[in-house]
Design a binder for this molecule. Structure first.
Ligand code: TRP
Length: 453
């Protein structure tokens, strides 16, 4: 059983720090730097951003705590954890479905995640070649356009990214990667700060405009679509709903304080997303670019900064290297559940399980990649394949499994034990109960219903 293999490597992270690094490594990724800004841009800015922030703390945080708590109880992969914990609390093993949808979802997410991870990797090379030197928005836009049109090129980098992900998972060297990220993650943070500083320095009034765009409370703009998008992204960004945090919870020591650790991870995750937004939008406005540009947003804006600042070439190379590493710590967490399941349910060993699942994900990724060029017009339900997969996972599967987790945690499990485990006093236990029993499930249901109307 692979849980054993993983446990071996994970058991070395004896400290709370090590665990947090792994959890934060899974959470912080393309979701924060690539997806958050382009979604904020498409959804008209602050309405999306403020709801996203609210959902991160009110909905994401309790679910994160519950996933860890359930995982720590179950000590197995998400599907068997759900079965066992349900059975031990006297409930049906059908709760395993929360775990099953999770595994399928992580598989689907990885197919498009790897395509974008490939873009980030390729941009290391483009930056190193000095392609952005002196570039304005026109030029970076053209570079990105011709890049998107070059199928072989995209395919190569998608393949590279997927192969590296598979290699790390097959060899079980994830812990090494997490350690590398001890340097890379703070590096990414510092570079984002430099970019925000640069944006503030060169774009003057556009910086204020960007700040207003992202943070002015304008609740008139909040509608069902923006709310569902914000909810889905809160889950995506915290790696929730796919059993991944549950799996990480199974390596947690009893002594780790779930609440404070979860707060740290949520805050870190939010900070990275906000920095990314504040680095990008001033450049969008200063260069007359479109906030609603879509998935290419960071790839047309940040190169402008790298192309025009002192030392921009080297900073650009570093930035895309760090981004690729952040994406890898997330992609390995997305591949692990499928591999684990195949290993347990089929005669395949870890290596063959990794190769088999990676090949299928890779092939599905090719179809996503073609959605950006040759198959742009191939649509199902009015969406191309990339949009469709994103929609199905972020807006349907993640909220549904999140709902399953919170209903299970708040209504099916012994609350007294949870209270002891979380070390809550009367006041906070009441807050916790009202939140997890009523507010979170009702909010998720309402948002799902409104999102589809
Ligand atoms: N959270 C990661 C990011 O922001 C992506 C990710 C990793 C993820 N594991 C996940 C998303 C599980 C949903 C579910 O880039």
């Amino acid at each position: 059983m692979s849980t054993g293999t993983m446990k071996k490597s994970h058991s070395q992270w004896s400290s709370r720090m090590g665990f947090m690094l792994a959890a934060a490594g899974s959470a912080v990724g393309l979701g924060n730097i690539w997806k958050f800004p382009y979604m904020a841009g498409q959804m008209g800015g602050s309405a999306f951003v403020l709801t996203y922030l609210l959902f991160m703390f009110v909905i994401g945080l309790p679910i994160l705590v519950l996933e860890w708590l359930i995982g720590r109880r179950g000590q197995k992969n998400p599907i068997h954890t759900m079965e066992d914990v349900a059975a031990s609390e006297g409930h049906s093993k059908s709760w395993r479905w929360v775990g099953i949808i999770g595994v399928v979802g992580s598989f689907l997410i990885l197919s498009f995640y790897s395509v974008i991870g490939g873009w980030a990797t390729d941009y290391i090379v483009l930056a190193a070649q000095g392609s952005f030197e002196g570039a304005n928005g026109d030029i970076t836009g053209k570079i990105f356009e011709s890049f998107l049109g070059n199928v072989n090129h995209l395919l190569t980098w998608h393949t590279v990214f997927m192969a590296v992900t598979a290699f790390i998972v097959a060899m079980g060297v994830g812990a090494g990667l997490e350690r590398a990220c001890k340097i890379m993650m703070p590096g990414l943070g510092i570079l984002l700060l430099v970019l925000v500083g640069y944006a503030a320095y060169v774009s003057g009034p556009s910086f204020t405009a960007a700040f207003k765009f992202l943070f002015t409370p304008d609740f008139s703009a909040i509608n069902g679509t923006a709310m569902l998008a914000a909810l889905g992204h809160a889950f995506f960004s915290l790696s929730l709903g796919m059993g991944i945090m549950m799996a990480y919870g199974s390596y947690l020591g009893k002594d780790v304080n779930l609440l404070s650790t979860a707060c740290t991870v949520v805050i870190l995750d939010v900070i990275v997303a906000m920095l990314s937004g504040m680095a990008i939008f001033p450049l969008v406005f200063a260069n007359g670019l479109q906030p609603g540009e879509g998935p290419g947003l960071i790839f047309v804006t940040l190169p402008i900064a790298f192309g025009n600042m002192a030392g921009g070439t080297i900073l650009g190379v570093l930035f895309f290297i760090f981004l690729t590493f952040a994406a890898l710590t997330s992609s390995i967490s997305l591949l692990e559940p499928t591999v684990e399941l195949l290993e347990e349910k089929t005669p395949l060993g870890r290596k063959s399980a990794t190769i088999a699942s990676s090949l299928v994900i890779w092939a599905l990724g090719i179809a996503c990649l073609l959605a950006f060029n040759e198959w742009a017009e191939v649509k199902l339900f009015g969406k191309n394949l990339f949009d469709l997969l994103d929609y199905l996972t972020s807006k349907i599967m993640l909220p549904l499994t999140g709902l399953g987790t919170v209903v299970f945690g708040a209504w099916m499990m012994n609350q007294k034990r949870i209270r002891e485990e979380l070390n809550l006093n009367d006041f906070w236990f009441t807050v916790w109960t009202v939140l997890t029993r009523y507010i979170v499930p009702v909010a998720v249901i309402i948002i799902l219903v409104y999102g589809f109307l």
